[in-house]
Design a protein around this ligand. Structure first.
Ligand code: ZN
Length: 180
């Protein structure tokens, strides 16, 4: 009777359009996603964080949503648990520092964040999980990204027998020039 069943398939053709990045509004993690996943981004940070958590296999609890929103809605950043905790307090989101730590580690385990440990005690969490390197601004406790291509990796040392290089993280420590 109805010989137009193909109309139902129309949304399929639009999917690539729906998945097109929406520019500045797109979350950093959304950018990492394979566009072939076809998950439409709405540009609404809360909505996108919920989707991102689901894709990563994490239940979108209120705490994860709120912390995820604080983490990912502002573009790429390097943040410590303490700073994120402060931001949550300022946003009037009552959460303990321990919960912030747990959530950051959960996000790291599923690949939404990369943990960068410096000097053993200081841990930064990077929302940019693409391979890249860092400047560490000594005395200012801050990290800046260095693009992968800016570091010449021609002479990576041969790994010990039975091992392969998983990843190379370069941290270049810089300090302000003295003015004298
Ligand atoms: Zn980084």
């Amino acid at each position: 009777m109805d010989d137009r069943p193909k109309m139902n398939e129309l949304p399929r053709f639009n999917r690539s359009i729906d998945a097109t990045p929406t520019g500045a509004e797109m979350l950093p993690v959304a950018r990492l996603r394979d566009p072939s996943l076809h998950h439409a981004r709405t540009g609404c940070p809360f909505h996108d964080v919920r989707q991102m958590l689901k894709e990563a296999g994490l239940r979108p609890t209120r705490q994860r949503l709120a912390l995820g929103w604080l983490l990912f809605a502002k573009g790429d950043r390097h943040i410590s648990a303490e700073i994120l905790h402060e931001e949550a307090q300022r946003a009037r989101f009552p959460v303990s520092l321990a919960t912030v730590y747990n959530t950051l580690h959960q996000f790291t385990e599923v690949g939404l964040l990369r943990e960068l440990a410096l000097d053993g005690s200081r841990a930064f969490f990077d929302t940019n999980v693409h391979d890249h390197h860092h400047f560490f601004l000594e005395g200012e406790n801050e990290l800046l990204d260095i693009p992968l291509s800016a570091v010449n990796m021609d002479k990576t040392p041969e790994p010990p027998p039975g091992y392969e290089v998983a990843r190379v993280d370069v941290v270049v420590r810089v300090r302000r020039k003295s003015t004298s």
